[in-house]
Design a protein around this ligand. Sequence first.
Ligand SMILES: Cc1cc2nc3c(=O)[nH]c(=O)nc-3n(C[C@H](O)[C@H](O)[C@H](O)COP(=O)(O)OP(=O)(O)OC[C@H]3O[C@@H](n4cnc5c(N)ncnc54)[C@H](O)[C@@H]3O)c2cc1C
Length: 462
Amino acid sequence: MAAYDYDLFVIGGGSGGVRAGRVAASLGKRVAIAEEYRFGGTCVIRGCVPKKLFVYASQYAEHFEDAAGYGWQVGESTFDWKKLIAAKDKEITRLEGLYRKGLENNGAEILETRAELVDAHTIRLTKTGKTVTAEKIVIATGGAPNPHVALPGHELCISSNEAFHLPELPRSILIAGGGYIAVEFANIFHGLGVDTTLIYRGKEILSRFDHDMRQGLHKAMVEKGIRIILTDVIEDVTRAPAGGLVAKTMCGETIAVDTVMLALGRDPNTDGLGLEAAGVEVNERGAIVVDKYSRTSVPHIYALGDVTDRVQLTPVAIHEAMCFIETVYKDNPTAPDHELIPTAVFSQPEIGTVGLSEEEAAKRYPELEIYRAEFRPMKATLSGRAEKMIMKLVVDAASRKVVGAHVLGHDAGEMAQLLGISLKAGVTKDDFDRTMAVHPTAAEEFVTMYNPSYCVRNGERI
Ligand SMILES: Cc1cc2nc3c(=O)[nH]c(=O)nc-3n(C[C@H](O)[C@H](O)[C@H](O)COP(=O)(O)OP(=O)(O)OC[C@H]3O[C@@H](n4cnc5c(N)ncnc54)[C@H](O)[C@@H]3O)c2cc1C
């Protein structure tokens, strides 16, 4: 008789948990996976996927305008928020079904309940109070929006979770935050016709991105009509007597809006999880501390994805899950590789990026060559839209290695995916030069920037 009820118990049915559970079950392990909300997790239910659907929805107003330059006459258009929400919900339900099917088809047991640790091998299923035991445990409980409880009136504000289910489209919105979620939602709401203001305490939005990307996007957003307030924060939010909300800022502004959204980072979901009882260590942010193999302070308990606060992205959680499988069930210890992760900001225009920003690269390499192109994309010629694309390669002058590649403009995310492969393979600038262009595309600019735009020596532009 087996010593434990399961070989593996997974807590959390999101990107990382489902992958770990499904693949372990496919290897013949006795797996159970508990999810307290909906399978698919943040990414599928209230993150990447519904967000991207909203991004598409928000782009149509510009598409209709742009069509005129190409000879089309588009009649009067209207937008129905409720219809979008219903269509999005239908698609999310379909995807959730696929996640569940993937688990079931491989023989994993699905448990629709919150799960908490009782000790290092025992898990309590809170729906029934039943306890079960497992030889190994994976904690993949993800994260949740930081509610900013220190802000008076925070309970009147929404987070990205509620943004996907607002009963009505607000006429105006104030979004607090300067990270990618704040920026993406500012563009979504603006595109849907909402009067949009973004407020951020820092000097520039998207502080970890290359300065050309940050500044180029900032400029484009302002030109579209999004108001961006920097070096200021909301100090309190109250209800306005006539309806809506009033936000007062540290610098003395009073902003009246229908909705205030807080996008101020995400906290790991570890509260009440029983980590102390199991002996699992967390850091000062409440994130689970893991070694390079995603193993916690308890050797048979692993943690992956956002709950470990390493890199909060879906493909990273999935990769960490696959490394867990290699390490634990295939006798092939594999540490997740967090270097050169390509990523995108689905703003309008989009940012696609991989590798180091110019600023970061200047700290690591004595001499850089910067190749930079700024141009009007071909589509904008006939549409008449005033928009610019920016492309940039950051090259270590000594080795000729491309250490950063950045794009601002249409399909930047798609380009970042392919640039990611090249940089991961250790591509040099000479490899870019030897590559034939695909003409006419915007991406061809990456292989036609023959001369450096400028150099950076010991951090100084020359
Ligand atoms: C608005 C938004 C947009 C995003 N856009 C992108 C993007 O474009 N690209 C990208 O790569 N990433 C994006 N992300 C990030 C991405 O969603 C996360 O990095 C990813 O979902 C992390 O996967 P995970 O498995 O660690 O956790 P999650 O996907 O968060 O899954 C954790 C699951 O655990 C469940 N859970 C928590 N506690 C318990 C418990 N005690 N018992 C049972 N179940 C529990 C939760 O309900 C949840 O379903 C976005 C996130 C947000 C919020």
